[in-house]
Write a protein that binds this ligand. Structure first.
Ligand code: 13P
Ligand code: SF4
Length: 358
């Protein structure tokens, strides 16, 4: 925008030209200011992390600057499963979780003795919002012969009434394990991931809750097909919260970590990626010579509420991270009784993960 406006100033009367030029000249000054402010916050965050024996645990969808900071300060950037696991294994007194609310709550339930802070407590998730504990409890009571499996993207209250918590990294494996034991399954809240599991395991023995991720639901099948025609040499990597018709076009369906691993390990040089844009930082870092293209969120019937950018993940920034650490605000507190009950399915999740990775 600045460039085309600069050209157009030539056609303006001299006085106006000066005004516009002065305004345009302010832009770099302003952005330099904000860069300096950002750097100052970052510097202070580094100091506070040390002073408080705190560790930063960030999700791949957060601002690349936060991901970089977590890496450089001995913290972790990961998918939701590894974020949960890491908290239980590090010796920090304080965990600072940059992500969405359920990630902070999971960290607190698994580590009740630790202080868990978040840059903001407003960062929720459409899957969590779409599955209120009371309604879900009624649904479960109506089907008492079913094993209740919930996605980690849920409230503490929902986890507390569940038999299993899973993340996208192990959802298929856990449900397969239960079906092998002859169990019927209630799956909540993501209907797209639920349908994917049903298709993958060839089962109808699953009752699905009607929830969705507002980010992944936006990926468009027809536009993706067109993109594949334009880039026949590209592999498609998709997160399983995407609609089933999108997943059917994918070469790899997996959690955020599984997507990154596929990009690094596969032979293709080009990838179409159906998940939140934040992941591009790690994709590029892990496969610097490869090309990554965002899967389309526009096309027929598009509403593009998110354009592959989770609005809640985007609420985390250097400034609110700094204030949270400085003042100890945005602490995650969990009702002890609910936390105690939610701990059981969460521990099962970690045990399952450890067993399947040995
Ligand atoms: P992962 O478990 O793959 O990191 O996914 C979490 C999430 O919120 C995806 O939208
Ligand atoms: Fe929730 Fe979707 Fe955002 Fe992940 S990307 S936190 S599932 S709204």
């Amino acid at each position: 925008m600045a460039e085309s406006e600069v050209t157009r100033t030539d056609e303006l009367p001299a006085a106006d030209r000066e005004t516009v030029k002065a305004w345009l000249d302010r832009v770099p000054v302003e952005s330099e200011d904000s860069r300096a402010r950002h750097a100052a916050f970052e510097h202070k965050v580094r100091q506070l992390l040390q002073q408080r024996n705190a560790i930063l645990v960030a999700h791949y969808y957060t601002d690349p600057d936060l991901q970089k900071l977590a890496e450089e300060t001995g913290g972790l950037v990961a998918d939701s499963l590894e974020m949960a696991r890491f908290g239980t294994q590090c010796s920090a007194d304080t965990l600072v979780v940059a992500g969405v609310r359920f990630m902070g709550e999971t960290a607190k339930i698994l580590n009740p003795e630790k202080t868990v802070l978040m840059p903001t407590l407003e960062a929720t998730c459409s899957l969590d919002i779409g599955c209120p504990a009371e309604e879900f409890s009624k649904f479960c009571r109506a089907h008492p012969d079913h094993e209740v499996v919930v996605y980690a993207n849920t409230s503490v209250g929902v986890k507390a009434i569940s038999d299993w918590v899973v993340t996208s990294a192990i959802a298929v494996d856990v449900v397969e394990h239960l079906l092998d034991q002859g169990k019927k399954v209630i799956w909540a809240p993501d209907k797209h991931l639920g349908r994917y599991i049903q298709q993958k395991l060839g089962t109808q023995d699953m009752l699905l809750w009607d929830g969705a991720c507002i980010v992944h639901e936006e990926f468009k099948t027809r536009a993706l097909l067109q993109m594949k025609h334009l880039h026949p040499d590209a592999a498609v990597l998709a997160h399983p919260e995407s609609p089933l018709s999108v997943l059917e076009l994918a070469d790899v369906v997996g959690s955020t970590t599984q997507i990154i691993n596929a990009a690094r390990n596969r032979a293709e040089q080009k990838f179409i990626v159906a998940t939140d844009q934040g992941i591009f930082y790690k994709l590029q870092q892990n496969a610097p010579d490869k090309e990554f293209i965002m899967a389309p969120t526009s096309g027929e019937g598009a509403t593009c509420r998110s354009c592959a950018n989770c609005p809640w993940m985007g609420m985390n920034n250097m400034e609110n991270l700094y204030y949270s650490l400085l003042k100890g605000t945005n602490e995650i507190l969990v009702d002890p009784e609910l936390g105690r009950r939610a701990l059981v399915p969460l521990q099962k999740m970690l045990q399952f993960r450890d067993k399947s990775s040995t």
